[in-house]
Design a protein around this ligand. Structure first.
Ligand SMILES: NC(=O)c1ccc[n+]([C@@H]2O[C@H](COP(=O)([O-])OP(=O)(O)OC[C@H]3O[C@@H](n4cnc5c(N)ncnc54)[C@H](OP(=O)(O)O)[C@@H]3O)[C@@H](O)[C@H]2O)c1
Length: 402
C-alpha cells in the first residue's frame, strides 16, 4: 500500500500547476567560452527542433536566454553538462506525452511547443542571477544540479532552475567531475533512500544486489551503499570486474557467462535489489530476496513514460497503476515488496551527497569528456551503451563567469 501511496503522491506532484508570480527578465548574451552579461536575449546551445536521430542535434548561438519566472529560481552558468541514457531516449521522443503536460499543464500551447528543446540533465556551474526569494545561494556560488526532464537542459551556456533543485558543488571536484554525479546520484538516492528505505544508519550488514553495477547509477550506488556499511553484490560483464571492485563492490557476478540467475541463487539472499537493467530480471530476481523481512525489489526501468506515450495520459496512468498494483500484490503474498523507483530532483539530497564526496566516500566516475562542439559525438558514444561511468560535455571554462 505504501508503494501505491508513493505512486499517487508522485502523480499529484507531477500534476501540480504553478502560476508565475514574478517575471524578472534577465538579459545576457553569450558565445562559447566568452559570454558577458549585457542586454541580449540569446545564448549558445545544442537544441533539437523535432524528435529523431542524432541528425536532429543542432548548434545555435540564438537559443532563448533563460528567464527567472519564480522568485525561488536561479540562473546557472553551465561549466559542464552530464549526459544520461535519458537524453538519448528523449532525443527520440521518449516521454514526450507526459513531459509536454508537465511543461504546459493547461494545454495552452500548440503541440511541439517544447522545441527548440535543450537536452542534458546534469549541470555543474556558477550562479549568475538569483530570484528575489533565494536565500541559500549568492551570485558566483559554485553549484551542481540534476535537472528535471520537463525543463530545458544543460547543453547550453545557461540554465534556469528552482533553488530547491540546486546544491553547492563539492569543493573537491572540478566542474567536469561534478557534472558526472547529480542525475545518477539523485536517482540512486530516491530509489534507495525514499523508495528502498535505506539510510546511513540502517545499512550495516544489509545485503544489497545491484543489477547493472558498471553504469552511471550503479557506480554511484555501489559507493553510497559501501559508505553506509552495506554488503554489495553487483552484476556486470567480466571486463568491468576490476572497475566495480575498485569502487568497493564486495562480490561480482558476470552476467555474460551462463544464466546469471543460477549464479545469484547460489548466494545468501538479499535485503534489497536495485534493478538498473530491466527486461526479464523481474521474472526471477524477486526470488533472491529474503522473504517476510521487509526485503524490497526497486526497479528503475519502468514502463511509466512508455505507457503514457502509447496510450495517452489518462489511459497510460490507469495502465501504470494497474501494472504496479498487480505486481506489488503478486509479490507481497510471497513476502517481498516490488516497487518502481524514479529520479527526483533534490537539492537537499545533493547537499548530503556533496558532504560524502568531500569526505572522500564517493568519487565521480567520468568515463569520457567531450568539448561543447562535440555534443553529437558524445551522444554517439552514449548510444553504444556499455557505460563504465559517465559522459560529460565541457561547456565553458573557469574564468568565464564575469
Ligand atoms: N526511473 C528513473 O527515473 C530512471 C532514472 C535514471 C536512470 N534510469 C534507467 O536506469 C537504467 C540505468 O541507468 P544508467 O544511467 O546507470 O545507465 P548506463 O550508464 O547506460 O549503465 C547501464 C549499465 O548496465 C550494464 N548492463 C547492461 N545489460 C546488463 C545486464 N543484463 N546485466 C548487468 N549489467 C548490464 C551496462 O554495461 P554492459 O552492457 O557492458 O554490461 C551498463 O554499464 C537505464 O535504463 C536508465 O534509463 C531510470
Amino acid at each position: 500500500m505504501s508503494h501505491l501511496r508513493h505512486f499517487v503522491c508522485s502523480w499529484r506532484l507531477f500534476r501540480h500547476i504553478k502560476v508565475p508570480r514574478v517575471s524578472t527578465a534577465v538579459c545576457c548574451h553569450g558565445s562559447p567560452n566568452s559570454t558577458t552579461k549585457r542586454s541580449m536575449t540569446v545564448m549558445p546551445a545544442w537544441v533539437i527542433d523535432k524528435y529523431g536521430s542524432n541528425d536532429e542535434l543542432r548548434f545555435t548561438r540564438n537559443a532563448s536566454f533563460p528567464v527567472i519566472n519564480y522568485p525561488n529560481e536561479v540562473i546557472v552558468r553551465v561549466h559542464s553538462a552530464g549526459l544520461n541514457p535519458l537524453d538519448v531516449s528523449m532525443r527520440g521522443g521518449y516521454g514526450a506525452a507526459s513531459l509536454s503536460i508537465k511543461r504546459d499543464p493547461l494545454n495552452i500551447k500548440q503541440s511541439g511547443s517544447e522545441f527548440p528543446l535543450i537536452l542534458g540533465r546534469d549541470a555543474s556551474g556558477v550562479i549568475m542571477e538569483c530570484g528575489l526569494d533565494v536565500k541559500h545561494f549568492r551570485e558566483r556560488d559554485e553549484v551542481w544540479a540534476a535537472i528535471p526532464p520537463w525543463k530545458q537542459g544543460s547543453l547550453a551556456e545557461f540554465v534556469v532552475l528552482s533553488a530547491n533543485e540546486v546544491s553547492h558543488k563539492p569543493k573537491s571536484l572540478s566542474h567536469v567531475e561534478a557534472a558526472a554525479v547529480p542525475y545518477v546520484a539523485a536517482t540512486a538516492w530516491s530509489a534507495l533512500v525514499n523508495t528502498g528505505g535505506l539510510c546511513k544508519d540502517n545499512c550495516a550488514n544489509k545485503r544489497i544486489l545491484i543489477l547493472g553495477g558498471s553504469g552511471g547509477v550503479g557506480t554511484f550506488a555501489i559507493q553510497m551503499l559501501k559508505a553506509w556499511g552495506a554488503h554489495v553484490t553487483v552484476t556486470c560483464s567480466e571486463n568491468a570486474e576490476l572497475f566495480v571492485r575498485g569502487l568497493g563492490a564486495d562480490h561480482m557476478v558476470d552476467y555474460t557467462v551462463g544464466p546469471v540467475e543460477e549464479q545469484l541463487a547460489a548466494l545468501e539472499k538479499f535485503d534489497l535489489i536495485l534493478d538498473n537493467v530491466g527486461g526479464d530480471m523481474e521474472r526471477w530476481a524477486l526470488n533472491l530476496l529474503k522473504p517476510w523481512c521487509g526485503a524490497k525489489f526497486v526497479t528503475l526501468v519502468t514502463p511509466f513514460l512508455q505507457n503514457t506515450d502509447r496510450l495517452g495520459i489518462a489511459d497510460g496512468m490507469m495502465q501504470n497503476v494497474a501494472t504496479v498494483a498487480t505486481k506489488a500484490l503478486k509479490h507481497l503474498v510471497k513476502g517481498v515488496h516490488y516497487r518502481w523507483g524514479f529520479f527526483v530532483a533534490s537539492g537537499p539530497a545533493l547537499d548530503e551527497i556533496s558532504e560524502m564526496v568531500d569526505a572522500g566516500q564517493i568519487r565521480a566516475v567520468v568515463e569520457d569528456t567531450f568539448s561543447f562542439s562535440q555534443v553529437p559525438q558524445a551522444f554517439e558514444k552514449m548510444e553504444k551503451g556499455h557505460a563504465r561511468g559517465k559522459t560529460v560535455v565541457q561547456i565553458s571554462k573557469e574564468g568565464d563567469d564575469s
